[in-house]
Design a protein around this ligand. Structure first.
Ligand SMILES: C[S@@+](CC[C@H](N)C(=O)[O-])C[C@H]1O[C@@H](n2cnc3c(N)ncnc32)[C@H](O)[C@@H]1O
Length: 484
């Protein structure tokens, strides 16, 4: 690293230009292209700022006060700028297949371009919004055709697109840009990560019959906001590589390599599950751990059941804040006039209660007292593995981190037993993948066995008519979800 740093410091002090400094760092280690990506790439993501005091960068290198040093860029998270390690880059490139022009529309310092070069790509193109990263990519892969461009902008169709998109959480995106993206892809919903939009744009750059190789955030495989994209891959394209889910080195992100042939023909995903089976699930999950036969378990259970939504009122809890302030202004530690007992998911299951000044007209999504002041089942919305649920007969108003189930003619205890059964957790994993976010419609879809309505609450596997292998599979899924 020290050669690249020295070159960066020298050029930064000479020209004060971050792009020139990144290029100098890259040229200093040009003999090893992966060192260019790794070392100069990291420097290209830094700010060029004078250090107020002497600053030790490595045991051998100290930057004197007043000279520029490579400060970590404050906007790095908002740009999603993390470079792909070589082995992962190679797998993403392999997932896109071979031949013709390979484009990385968010190429950064060139990891995927370099992997494409190693794989013998005919032509290599790259674009990015970061000129310093592009200067590094130009040294890493001299034959690549590079340019400054927005990956979201439409462009010429190519044979292969490889991409590790910027992962940018909803709260780091501007309202205006989110609205524009939703207009372009109406299926984009909820708190979508920017990566989903960038991947949608990338798919549109691939010619029919061409390939897409993605380092995808794991959330893309199961989150409802990306269901539209998954549905398209299954209905009109063909998923040829899927997972496993793995950690992205150096960042708290989980990713999976996904390969897609654009324009199909549609067919089973690599694990052997038919595209139609996955398309029939509301969440259209693309879970690498799913197996052939899983969807049949759902169908078997559904055939002997009634959707829970037909037997209960199901809704999310109350959103306590309103236009006149956050929830802190409505929540109290002590009871008082107009206050109702309240708990969010964590507090509810810990047995903690607070007091909510309940004024429906001044609250967002206040819901109705009829949802809370009756015997009900409170379900924790977000989690892994087993469903967390408990019966409440004390009229607690729960927050929107909970889903509330008010059974019409069944005992709440029976509904609670149904929801917390490990087999139900296994079934949910088939329907949604391993991260549970139990919105009312997800709970409403659950197949409540008819025989339980008739008073015979036999074990769920019998009530659903599952064979031994099927119930073992559900139990294993529930256990694996808990361990994840
Ligand atoms: C996760 S990095 C991946 C870089 C490189 N492809 C790799 O695999 O190492 C994402 C890249 O997207 C770039 N980026 C962010 N928003 C972009 C946009 N709208 N258009 C093009 N590139 C963008 C960032 O500068 C960053 O280089």
């Amino acid at each position: 690293m020290s050669r690249a740093i020295r070159a960066w410091l020298h050029e930064a002090a000479r020209s004060g230009d971050a792009v020139a400094a990144a290029r100098a760092a890259a040229e200093a280690v040009a003999a090893d292209p992966w060192a260019v990506v790794r070392e100069a790439g990291a420097l290209a993501r830094c700010h060029l700022v004078p250090t107020p005091t002497d600053r030790r960068l490595t045991p051998e290198i100290t930057v004197p006060a007043g000279a520029p040093w490579p400060a970590p860029h404050p906007g790095r998270a908002a740009k999603g700028a993390w470079d792909t390690p070589p082995e992962l880059a190679r797998r993403a490139v392999a997932a896109a297949g071979q031949g013709g022009v390979t484009l990385d529309p968010a190429c950064g310092s060139g990891a995927l371009l370099l992997a494409a070069h190693e794989a013998g790509a005919d032509e290599i193109w790259g674009t990015d919004l970061d000129p310093a990263a592009l200067a590094v990519a130009a040294v890493a892969v001299p034959r690549a055709r590079l340019g400054l461009a927005d990956a979201l902008a439409p462009g010429a169709a190519v044979d292969r697109v490889v991409i590790n998109p910027p992962f940018v959480a909803a709260e780091l995106q501007s309202r205006a840009s989110r609205a524009a993206l939703r207009e372009r892809w109406p299926w984009l919903s909820g708190r979508f990560d920017l990566s989903v939009a960038v991947i949608a744009a990338a798919s549109e750059r691939v010619r029919r019959g061409g390939g897409l190789g993605i380092v995808a955030p794991a959330s893309l495989l199961t989150e409802p906001y990306a269901a539209g994209l998954r549905a398209r891959w299954l209905a009109t394209d063909r998923v040829t590589t899927l997972g496993p889910v793995e950690r992205f080195p150096g960042v708290a992100a989980r990713v999976a390599v996904v390969g897609v042939i654009v324009g199909g023909p549609p067919g089973p995903v690599p694990s052997g599950i038919g595209a139609e089976d996955l398309l029939a699930l509301r969440g259209v999950p693309l879970d690498p751990a799913a197996r052939p036969g899983d969807a049949a378990i759902l169908r078997t259970a559904a055939a002997r059941s009634i959707p829970l939504g037909d037997l209960a009122v199901i809704d999310t809890g109350v959103v306590s804040h309103g236009p006149d302030g956050g929830k802190a202004s409505r929540l109290f530690d002590l009871p008082g006039p107009g206050r109702v007992p309240y708990a969010d998911a964590r507090g509810f299951f810990a047995g903690e209660r607070r007091w909510l000044a309940y004024e429906p007209k001044r609250m967002h999504r206040a819901k109705s007292p009829a949802l809370f002041e009756v015997p009900k089942v409170v379900v924790q919305r977000i989690g892994r593995g087993l469903v967390r649920a408990a019966v409440d007969r004390e009229g607690v108003y729960v927050g929107h981190t909970c889903t509330v189930v008010v059974p019409r003619e069944i005992a709440p205890e029976l509904v609670c037993r149904f929801l917390t059964d490990p087999l139900t957790a296994g079934l949910l994993q088939i329907a949604h993948g391993s991260r549970l976010d139990l919105y009312p419609h997800d709970v409403a879809d659950l197949p409540f066995p008819r025989s339980w309505l008739e008073g015979a609450a036999s074990p769920l596997e019998a009530a659903w008519g599952l064979d031994r292998a099927q119930s073992r599979r559900l139990a294993a899924l529930a256990l694996a979800g808990r361990l994840k």
